[in-house]
Structure formats: structure tokens, C-alpha cells
Design a protein around this ligand. Structure first.
Ligand SMILES: Cc1cc2nc3c(=O)[nH]c(=O)nc-3n(C[C@H](O)[C@H](O)[C@H](O)COP(=O)(O)OP(=O)(O)OC[C@H]3O[C@@H](n4cnc5c(N)ncnc54)[C@H](O)[C@@H]3O)c2cc1C
Length: 391
């Protein structure tokens, strides 16, 4: 029950709760986290279960597997799903919320047909092959080359920080097709079968012992031209669509991450005046974000592109998460360090990663300053010269 719900929304929430109560238990993660193949198999199965019911694409037309629902209904589903320990995460959402929306916006009818439904059903998992050792914040600096040979593109280069590439079936790839064009104009966007010869995925072992990221080496990889998305040289436009969707989707409800109401429960007995002010501020941010996200989702479902304002949601969410997690950790004290799955600890660690992934705080602030507030732009000496002349 959420007291902000209209009667229709309350009805939908009830329907979702009943469905989750009847079905979610078979898919709960339990101890499966460490066993990656088992965990991923469960994630695919849960995605399929949701797709069968229309919950995998609530805002989409019924004919395409959706429910023709509202952005609010989508948020309600995410809220309620987050109450169960289910295998949802980037291994699924890179496909459903980043690759597929980009293909649906810029792809050919054949690409949309081939990839939409299998991704929605969890048959296809995706990774995002954008970042490189010298192209992170400055993503347009991509140096992976794609050279046309007949009806194929031959790809050579290296990607890094590629989340879940080790389990992905397909990838979305940004590569340079013209070094004589300016930095942003010489890029092209491709879809790549991750089982193709010429792809070497090397997991990066993290400090926690797990490997969620990879380096991906591409050597004479061949991609048929039918897997080019958009026009040659229009890759930047496609990548922006992917990044906008990524930014909107960072900040949805997640069972693994703490909220302000959980913080209040945690600190209730030892609240000082300062804490009260801080918590009131965090609660305001959390509520503001929630309503801001509804607006973004509404504009997306009307076919509009929120563009650079999507950066605001991600920037405020990740900082709020880090601040509230830090307060929660302070309240728990040293005991928290002994509980590996402690939510505030997880929120604190993960918020640091989220403040980098999909655009760092500094880059988002630059974007908001320049493209939302209209402040003078950063000096960019490489903007109007051929990429081959950029250092
Ligand atoms: C959890 C996680 C998951 C990720 N998953 C993927 C993935 O699946 N696929 C993928 O392609 N990439 C992925 N990445 C990579 C991510 O997109 C990059 O890490 C990010 O864009 C920053 O790039 P960088 O790490 O190269 O840092 P750099 O670009 O080297 O930046 C270093 C520092 O300099 C600052 N800085 C840089 N330029 C400016 C500027 N102009 N003004 C002010 N400050 C600046 C940055 O804010 C940052 O603090 C992931 C990263 C993380 C943390």
C-alpha cells in the first residue's frame, strides 16, 4: 500500500502484489549469487516469467508484449518487485533498458524484429562495449576501428569495464569508422554476437573477489553490415540514446539498496539534532527524485527524449544513496563491517561505483551546466578538427 496511489494505481499494486506472492518464491536468489551460471539461468527464467505476464515491458503496446500501462504502473511494479530478493540487475537491464530502446529508436525493422522479443523474454543478455582505456568520460575518443570490407566490418581494438560481457549473448559496440571526420562524427554503432571469433573476454577480478567487469579484446572481429545500427557516422547519436536510457534507469527501486525510511529505522534511537536535519534533507531529495523520475518516464512514453535533464536524476540519486548509506553505516558502527550483506555497507560501496558508471558526477555537472542551464561551454580544442589530428 502506498498512500500516494490513486484508486486505479492501488488496484494495480494489489494485482502485482498477488502475482508476486504467487510466483516470486521460485526465483528468489538465496545463496545462488556465487554460482554465476545458476544465478544467470534464474535471471533469464524470471525475465521470461515477467514477459509472459506483460510485466517485462509495462508501457509497451499489448501486441508487442506489453500492458499498455502507464509510467506509474511501471514504477509500482519495480517498487513491489524490489521487496523480493529476485535476480534483477544490469545483466538483464543492459538489454531491456539500453540496447533494445536504442535499436527500437535507430535500428532497422529486421533488427527490431530479431532482438526485441528474445531480449524481453530473457533469451538474450547484452553488454555495452563503449568504454576504452582512453575513452571513458571522453567517450567520443573511442579508438576501436571498424573498416568496411565488402558486406562486413572488420573490428580491431580494446574495450574495458564491460559489465557482464562474460555472460552476454550480444553486445552494443561503438567504433570509429572515419578518422578524418571530427571526433563525434566518425563513430558508428554496431550490434555484435558475443560468440563471434575474434572476441576475447577477460574478467577483471574486483577487490571483493567477484568479477562483474571485463576487458574485451577485439581482433579481426567481423560484423555483417546488417548489424550496423543507424547510418555510418551516426554512432554518437545512437550512443546518446543508450546513455540517456542508462541514466534514467539508474535510480529505480532495488531490494539490495537502502532507502531513507530504512535509515530512519536504523538511527531512530540515537538521533541528534544534526542527524534530523540531514535526514529531512535526504527525504526531500528522495521524494523529489521519485517525482522527477515519473516525469522522465512519462515523457519517454510519449515518445519524447528528455535529453540532458536525465543527467539530473542520476546525479542526485547516486549522491543521495551515498549520503544516506554513510549515515546508516555510522549508526550501525563497527558491527556493520562483520555483516557482508549489510544494506548500508552495500549502498555505500555501490554508490561510489554508480557515481562513475554511465557518466561521472563531474561530467553530468558539465552537461547540466552547459545544456540545461546554458552556461558557457568547456574549452574543447579537439571539436572541429579531424580525429586523426587529435592527440
Ligand atoms: C560499476 C561500473 C560499471 C561500468 N560498466 C560499463 C559497461 O558495461 N560498459 C562500458 O562501456 N563502460 C562501463 N563502465 C565504465 C564507465 O562508463 C566509465 O568508468 C566512466 O565513463 C568514466 O570513465 P573513466 O573510468 O575512463 O574515467 P576518466 O574519464 O579517466 O575520468 C577520471 C576522473 O576525471 C574526471 N574528469 C574527466 N573528464 C573531465 C572533465 N572534462 N571535467 C571534469 N572532470 C573530468 C572524471 O569525472 C573522473 O573523476 C562502468 C563503470 C563502472 C564504475
Amino acid at each position: 500500500m502506498d498512500f500516494n496511489d490513486s484508486p486505479e494505481e492501488a488496484g494495480f499494486r494489489q494485482q502485482v502484489c498477488t502475482w508476486l506472492r504467487d510466483h516470486a518464491h521460485d526465483y528468489v536468489i538465496g545463496g545462488d549469487h556465487a554460482d554465476v551460471p545458476k544465478f544467470i539461468a534464474k535471471a533469464r527464467a524470471w525475465q521470461r516469467k515477467k514477459a509472459e505476464q506483460g510485466y517485462a515491458a509495462i508501457r509497451w503496446p499489448k501486441a508487442e508484449g506489453g500492458l499498455e500501462g502507464s509510467p506509474m504502473q511501471e514504477v509500482i511494479f519495480q517498487d513491489e518487485e524490489a521487496r523480493h530478493e529476485l535476480p534483477v540487475g544490469p545483466f538483464v537491464t543492459i538489454g531491456t533498458q539500453m540496447a533494445v530502446p536504442t535499436i527500437r529508436t535507430h535500428g532497422t525493422p529486421e533488427q527490431i524484429e530479431q532482438f526485441t522479443q528474445p531480449t524481453l523474454r530473457g533469451d538474450l543478455l547484452w553488454c555495452q562495449l563503449f568504454s576504452e582505456p582512453a575513452a571513458g568520460s571522453d567517450l567520443a575518443n573511442v579508438r576501436t576501428r571498424a573498416i568496411k570490407q565488402g558486406n562486413e566490418w572488420v573490428i580491431n581494438g580494446q574495450k574495458v569495464w564491460t559489465s557482464w560481457a562474460h555472460v552476454a549473448d550480444w553486445g552494443i559496440l561503438l567504433a570509429r569508422t572515419d578518422s578524418e571526420a571530427t571526433k563525434h562524427k566518425g563513430l558508428t554503432f554496431f550490434i555484435v554476437d558475443m560468440r563471434s571469433p575474434g572476441i576475447d573476454v577477460r574478467p577483471i577480478r574486483q577487490i571483493s573477489g567477484v568479477s562483474e567487469f571485463n576487458e574485451v579484446f577485439l581482433t579481426d572481429l567481423r560484423i555483417p553490415d546488417c548489424y550496423r545500427v543507424g547510418e555510418v557516422g551516426d554512432g554518437w547519436k545512437c550512443a546518446i540514446t543508450t546513455l540517456m536510457n542508462e541514466r534514467i534507469n539508474i535510480g529505480g527501486e532495488s531490494q539490495a539498496l537502502p532507502t531513507v525510511s530504512e535509515l530512519i529505522k536504523q538511527v531512530e534511537r540515537q538521533l541528534g539534532q544534526q542527524d534530523k536535519f540531514k535526514i529531512a534533507q535526504l527525504l526531500t531529495q528522495e521524494m523529489g527524485l521519485r517525482y522527477f523520475r515519473y516525469r522522465l518516464l512519462t515523457s519517454l512514453s510519449k515518445g519524447e527524449t528528455p535529453g540532458p535533464i536525465a543527467a539530473m536524476s542520476k546525479l542526485v540519486y547516486t549522491n543521495t544513496l551515498q549520503q544516506l548509506s554513510a549515515l546508516g553505516l555510522d549508526a550501525i558502527g563497527l558491527d556493520g563491517l562483520q555483516q557482508p550483506n549489510e544494506k548500508f555497507q552495500h549502498g555505500y560501496e555501490w554508490s561510489a561505483a554508480l557515481r562513475i558508471a554511465g557518466g561521472t558526477d563531474e561530467i553530468l555537472r558539465n552537461q547540466i551546466a552547459e545544456r540545461v542551464l546554458g552556461l558557457p561551454g568547456e574549452i574543447r580544442v579537439d571539436k572541429n578538427i579531424p580525429f586523426s589530428q587529435c592527440r
